[in-house]
Ligand binder design. Structure first.
Ligand SMILES: Cc1cc2nc3c(=O)[nH]c(=O)nc-3n(C[C@H](O)[C@H](O)[C@H](O)COP(=O)(O)OP(=O)(O)OC[C@H]3O[C@@H](n4cnc5c(N)ncnc54)[C@H](O)[C@@H]3O)c2cc1C
Ligand code: FES
Length: 258
């Protein structure tokens, strides 16, 4: 059930010049959070950033009532959230959105591009809890776009690729060796990242007859179905809000030309 809750900044872990994890702690208990859920965060003390900004929930510690959010700086809001003082209050509306479906049996493949890895730590934890084997394929333009590979490797085998070859295999993530096997054994493919990458993943999944779920990162304002600024078209020609019907969609239900 979504709620508005005040948190305080507990600390930051900077991953490189423009990406960080922000830890937010609350005095109240946290509700159950499912992989794929996101939060609408109000950027405090910054009238120039009026609308809340949506972010996947990267990790949760229910005992200490702490949420971790991965943030890549791309504009004013993401920059401002990276320079708050410890203890500063931050308001969240969360948990929003739906979750990934988990097959009864694995293995499954998770393909993320850059910041698209954000929903996949909680997913990896859930898969491990259900004894479903996961393989991660994490891609980026350069090594600067790959984060916390060791953390992910606690939840599955991790392969990495970068377009410039500065880490992992050189090339785009959808050309990785792991995907060359014509008899890909995976029961499900999950993806999040830039649209062209997710569409390439969806195409591959369709060719191999593997179900595929994508987490869409459309522009959002309200986060709960009121402003209609986040619509996407379904395969049936309906317009649906990504914030309430998603952000996770089975790609066969989307009007993607793939
Ligand atoms: C469900 C969901 C989950 C997300 N999870 C994460 C996450 O875990 N970590 C993370 O770093 N980011 C995540 N994002 C993206 C994040 O919301 C945006 O980066 C953030 O809102 C940008 O705010 P800003 O004020 O810094 O930039 P703005 O000033 O709002 O925008 C800067 C530029 O980026 C463009 N832009 C803004 N948002 C998006 C978007 N969603 N897609 C494409 N272009 C955009 C704007 O048009 C503008 O050109 C998520 C988005 C959604 C919808
Ligand atoms: S963000 Fe307002 S309707 Fe989806």
């Amino acid at each position: 059930m979504k709620r508005i809750q005040d948190f305080k900044v507990a600390g930051y872990t900077w991953l490189n010049r423009d990406s960080y994890l922000i830890e937010l702690e609350s005095e109240q208990d946290l509700p159950g959070i499912a992989p794929g859920n996101f939060a609408e965060i109000k950027v405090p003390g910054n009238p120039g950033v009026f609308l809340r900004r949506p972010f996947s929930i990267f990790d949760v510690d229910y005992d200490y009532r702490v949420l971790s959010i991965f943030i890549k700086i791309i504009g004013e809001g993401t920059r401002a959230l990276g320079s708050l003082n410890q203890g500063q209050p931050v308001s969240l509306i969360y948990p929003l959105g739906n979750t990934f479906s988990i097959p009864e049996k694995g293995p499954v493949l998770i393909i993320a591009g850059g910041s698209g890895m954000a929903p996949f730590l909680l997913l990896g934890k859930k898969l491990k809890e259900r004894s479903v084997n996961a393989t991660y394929l994490l891609g980026g333009r350069t090594s600067e776009d790959l984060h916390m590979i060791e953390t992910f490797s606690d939840y599955g085998q991790v392969f990495a690729s970068t377009e410039d070859g500065s880490a992992g295999t050189q090339g785009v993530v959808t050309d990785h060796e792991v995907l060359k096997d014509k008899t890909l054994p995976f029961r499900m493919i999950y993806t999040c990242g830039p649209d062209p990458m997710m569409k390439a993943v969806a195409r591959l999944a369709r060719q191999r007859n593997i179900p595929c779920e994508a987490s869409l990162e459309h522009m959002m304002a309200c986060g709960f179905g009121a402003c209609l600024c986040c619509v996407t078209e379904t395969a049936e020609g309906k317009n649906v809000c990504v914030c309430t019907e998603g952000p996770v969609f089975n790609v066969k239900n989307l009007a993607w030309q793939i």
